[in-house]
Design a protein around this ligand. Structure first.
Ligand SMILES: [Zn+2]
Length: 127
């Protein structure tokens, strides 16, 4: 009896599937214009960052910093929102030790180990 009941249920379900007309699949947003770009998908902080990068600005320091010679005339630029910032200098490429020291606004500081020069430049956050 149970198997008969199960057969009836399956046959009804199969008939119902057959009678369901398959509607045309809804158009997805991507199918109209391709895959959205990063600019189209970005929101919030990421969108502001992308817009700033398009203007040639790097407010969140996401790009590789410009290289400086580290001399007194061309010191390494240290952006900061405060009047001082702690800096770690890897004096030579293979060094495993980092020399830490404070850099204050308005002065050019010299690494006590290698002699590279660092200068703090005031940096405003965009928000
Ligand atoms: Zn150094």
């Amino acid at each position: 009896m149970a198997s008969l009941r199960l057969c009836q249920l399956f046959s009804r379900a199969a008939a119902a599937r057959r009678t369901v007309t398959l509607s045309r699949p809804a158009l997805r947003a991507m199918s109209a214009g391709g895959v959205p770009t990063d600019e189209q998908q970005a929101t919030g902080l990421e969108k502001r960052n992308i817009q700033s990068l398009q203007k040639g600005q790097d407010p969140y320091s996401t790009l590789k910093p410009k290289s400086y010679l580290g001399t007194k005339d061309d010191p390494h630029i240290v952006p900061s929102i405060n009047k001082k910032r702690i800096v770690g200098c890897i004096c030579e490429e293979d060094n495993s030790a980092i020399i830490w020291f404070w850099v204050h606004e308005g002065e050019v500081h010299r690494c006590p180990s290698c002699g590279s020069h660092y200068k703090l430049v005031h940096h405003e956050l965009p928000h």
